[in-house]
Every structure is written in C-alpha cells, then in structure tokens.
Design a protein around this ligand. Structure first.
Ligand SMILES: N[C@@H](CCC(=O)N[C@@H](CS)C(=O)NCC(=O)O)C(=O)O
Length: 219
C-alpha cells in the first residue's frame, strides 16, 4: 500500500463530530504508520453518481490504495490490519480471533448502540421515541454487560491492542451521549485506555480540525 486515500465528510453536526466512521480508518492507518490523504465530501455529494461508485450506499468512509477501492469501515480496517502485525498478529489462529472480535464489535455491539443513537439523536422529537427508548437502552446494557465481563481483568479484547479494539472503542463511543458506558467501570477504563493512544488522539484531532476548517457560515 503506498498511495492511500480515505473519504470522510467535510463537516458534521456537533452530535456526530468525533463519531463519523472515517475516524476508524484514520486511527488504523496512523497505528500502522501509513501516510494517507483525506478526501472530504459534502453531505449532498454522498448520493451523487461519482461517489456512489466508491460507496454504493452513499456513506463514509470509502478507501482507495493503489487502485483498490474499498468501503465498509470494518473491511477497510481489516485490510489495513492484514498488513500490520501491530494490529493483527501473523499467526492464523490469532488472526481469526481478532476477526471474531471485529465482527463482534460491528455485528453484535454496534447494532443496539446505533439504534440508541438514532432513537435519541435522529428521532428524539418523534412521539414514539420516549416510548421506545427503554427497550433500546436495555438492549444496549445487555451487550455492555457481557462485554464488561469479557474485559474484566484485561486491558484489551485479546492479549494486546489489535484492530478489534479500534472497532470496539469507536463503537462504544457511539453511545457517548447517553453515558451508559460510564455505568460499567471496566468499559469506561477500556475506552479511556484505547482513547489515550497517540494514534487515536491524532486521528480525532485531524477529523475535528477538518470540521473546524469547514464549519458552515451561519446565514
Ligand atoms: N456500515 C458502514 C456504515 C457507515 C455509516 O453509517 N456512515 C455514516 C457516517 S458514520 C454515513 O455516511 N451516514 C450518511 C448516510 O447514512 O447517508 C461502515 O461501517 O462503513
């Protein structure tokens, strides 16, 4: 991988800043010591034909490295990690374990958290939101409880920091508005530990700087 581009949004509203999923890709690339360019698009561009050729669903992130075009943050982080022993060990069984936890983050923990984010932040003013919220919160807490049990006595999901921790940390951040993670001290410490990594801080600072530079001028 030599020339790498990552697509993200030029700007995002406050509730989404620091959550938009190109953060995962930037973080993985910085951990892997790869340099990259960021291509920023406006929200309106995401569904236009040229961008849909990169991301059929009109979402960010998208990724290109030496002509290889990828989408889906999990697939992109996996691709980056596949070449980087610090994110995914060389041993086949250890790689399978990392992949297992990557899927767990995206396919088991993220769906209820995304549901909570949408219920609270996208549809919070709908009449049904308050009625629906308790079951949504319970579903998140159930997943967090199991995750906290797994992380008890561990610093990371597996023996050391891996790509799975990038996906799990950025997934748990999606619930930051509800402060549910703080109710599980083990998870709170885990997120803070991963967020303290220089690569995470650099990735977040970069994304936030892009948004600050491109803040829409109030009418
Ligand atoms: N499963 C996708 C989800 C991507 C996604 O939800 N992206 C959001 C930003 S974090 C987006 O582009 N939203 C705009 C939209 O849905 O139209 C991935 O992980 O890449």
């Amino acid at each position: 991988m030599s020339r790498i581009s990552v697509w993200g949004f030029r700007w995002a509203p406050d509730f989404a800043q620091g959550l938009v999923r190109d953060l995962r890709v930037r973080w993985a690339l910085i951990e892997a010591g790869r340099s990259y360019e960021v291509q920023l698009i406006g929200f309106e561009e995401r569904t236009a034909a040229p961008y849909r050729q990169r991301q059929p669903f009109g979402m960010v992130p998208a990724f290109e490295a030496d002509g290889l075009q990828l989408f889906e943050s999990g697939a992109i982080v996996h691709h980056i990690a596949s070449d980087c022993a610090a994110l995914m060990p060389a041993d086949a069984s250890a790689r399978a374990e990392v992949l297992t936890w990557m899927f767990a983050a995206l396919n088991t923990v993220e769906p209820p958290i995304q549901n909570l984010l949408e219920t609270d932040l996208l549809y919070g003013n709908e009449p049904w939101a308050a009625m629906r919220r308790p079951v949504v919160v319970d579903a998140v807490k159930a997943r967090l409880g199991v995750l906290a049990g797994h992380l008890q006595g561990r610093d990371h999901l597996l023996g050391s920091f891996t790509a799975a921790d990038i996906l799990m940390t950025t997934t748990l951040r999606l619930a930051r508005h509800a402060e549910l993670v703080a109710g599980f001290p083990v998870l709170d410490a885990y997120v803070k530990r991963c967020e303290a990594r220089p690569a995470f801080r650099a990735a977040l600072a970069e994304q936030m700087a892009d948004y600050a530079r491109n803040t829409p001028i109030a009418a």
